[in-house]
Write a protein that binds this ligand. Structure first.
Ligand SMILES: Cc1ncc(COP(=O)(O)O)c(C=O)c1O
Length: 481
């Protein structure tokens, strides 16, 4: 290809892979348009429809980290000038996150590794005897940490109103001690947006606090802590275009200030003697160890960039694409779409489905190997919800559990999930719909066999070379428990 043609192609790709809003703000992702090999030969631009799992970095994030690295040094305890700059960058990041979340002035903003870390920290910090009310539909990060507390799990609600009714019944007449209600902002499996404001009103009327798992809300729609009154919010940078290992727990400071650190170590203390420790205040109390300044700055830059673009704009654009995707998939014979609530309810761009006659792992592998489309498959770390959606009854669930415990090669039920982000295009959506329709009509054009972990498949042979990169690459070997 001549230089001019190549420049045109790159420009066209850039046009396809960045979005522009009415204020002239552009959102562009690192690696957009990267070409990936197909088993059938040739290569195509990668269609990343796995944004609910992890997103690429925004170009602004990459550039900011590049600048930060020139000034990178220890934070908080260094006297050197670079330490002063790095510390200012770290604390500046906290302010940017606070603004993005619409936090109250007295809310604590604690940097964590991710949402899982944030939820475990909060579950640990609840006052003794605090009761938790949660739904069985939650991601494991918002399910398992609470099992260490007195917890009531409510069954999957069939609508937003049913969720409110179930909560109202669970909270009625039991106002003895502290209580929290924990909810998702949006489902990572079925995409529904939960009625946060109404749940907060209801919970507060019963004296309960509300924890918002915003892992799937923050990247897709506005989070407004002060406006909704939600008491705690957790989210992850790697799902918000800042994949540098930082997440956030933000919210009311009293319980956090009173709790012993979950992670004990340097930076979380005022004074240590051989027998005593005086823990420090928030937020350092819960940030023991050397802070992830790169991750925090990356997250802050992503927050600022999205805030400038306008989260309502991001949400609106994604809703339109999600609609196209749902309608396209729905029209394919053999496709079953899964939703918890009426499909017309407000949602983010997360669409979960199966194709009759295909194991979910096989379908996802064919989409990748023959079409260059990245999706996720399995149970999406929400086993109770997925088993409910797939109508797996208790007896079958017990059989599966026995098989897994005994280490048998048990193919788990599941589904395929396509999820959108700011880099998703109408072209990506079209490609997925056409690929699923093609597989439904003609079947795969390559051979596949079960391989890798429990419910994964692999092409046989797999002629796709891994790219030549300046670091070692190894294929993960995972053993059954
Ligand atoms: C709704 C929801 N909550 C929590 C998590 C956990 O996030 P992380 O793996 O970043 O801790 C996820 C991840 O997929 C999620 O989708």
């Amino acid at each position: 290809m001549k230089g001019g043609d190549e420049a045109q192609r790159v420009l066209a790709l850039r046009g396809e892979y960045c979005i522009h809003n009415n204020y002239g703000v552009t959102l562009e992702l690192v690696g957009a348009g990267t070409r990936v090999p197909l088993v059938t030969g040739g290569d195509v631009p990668y269609a990343d429809l796995d944004c609910a799992a992890s997103t690429p970095a925004l170009v602004e994030v990459r550039d900011a980290i590049h600048s930060l690295l020139d000034w990178y040094s220890s934070v908080h305890r260094g006297a050197g000038f670079k330490s002063v700059v790095s510390t200012a960058a770290y604390e500046g990041a906290r302010s940017a996150v606070r603004s993005f979340l619409g936090a109250r002035p007295d809310d604590a903003v604690v940097f964590t590794r991710n949402t899982t870390d944030a939820m475990n920290l909060l579950a640990h910090a609840l006052p003794e005897g605090c009761e938790v009310v949660a739904f069985e539909t939650e991601h494991h990060a918002n399910l398992l940490p609470w099992r260490r507390r007195p917890v009531t799990f409510l069954p999957p609600p069939h609508s937003a109103e049913a969720a409110l009714d179930a909560l109202s019944a669970a909270l009625a007449g039991r106002a003895t001690g502290e209580r929290v209600v924990t909810i998702p902002g949006a489902s990572n499996v079925t995409g529904e947006l939960w009625p946060v404001r109404e749940i907060v009103e209801l919970a507060h009327a019963h004296g309960a606090r509300v924890v918002l798992d915003a892992a799937q809300l923050a990247p897709h729609a506005p989070v407004d802590m002060a406006g909704t009154g939600v008491d705690y919010v957790a989210f992850s940078g790697h799902k918000l275009y800042a994949p540098f290992g930082a997440g956030v727990l933000a919210g009311r400071g009293d319980w956090l200030a009173g709790a012993e650190p979950l992670l004990a170590g340097g930076g979380a203390v005022e004074l240590v003697t051989t027998s005593e420790v005086v823990w420090t205040g928030l937020p350092d109390r819960h940030e023991a160890g050397s802070p992830n300044v790169v991750g925090a700055v990356a997250l802050a830059v992503a927050c600022r960039t999205l805030e400038a673009a306008g989260m309502p704009f991001v949400a609106e654009r994604e809703a339109a694409l999600a609609h196209e995707l749902v309608e396209g998939l729905r029209a394919i014979p053999g496709v079953e779409l899964y939703t918890l609530w009426d499909p017309a309810e407000p949602r983010i761009g997360v669409v979960t489905f199966n194709l009759a006659g295909y194991h979910h792992g096989l379908l996802a592998t064919v989409l990748s190997a023959e079409h260059g489309i990245g999706v996720r498959h399995g149970c999406f770390c929400a086993h109770p919800l997925v088993l409910h959606l797939l109508r797996v009854d208790a007896r079958d669930a017990a059989r599966l559990q026995d098989g897994v415990r005994a280490g048998r090669a048990t193919l788990l039920p599941g589904a395929v999930r396509a999820s959108l982000g700011v880099g998703s295009t109408p072209g990506d959506v079209r490609r997925l719909v056409e690929a699923v329709a093609d597989i439904a009509r003609r079947g795969p054009r390559w051979c596949y066999e079960p391989g890798g972990h429990r419910d994964e498949f692999r092409p046989v042979p797999d002629p796709r070379p891994l790219p030549d990169l300046p670091f070692p690459l190894a294929v993960a070997a995972r053993e059954a428990p």
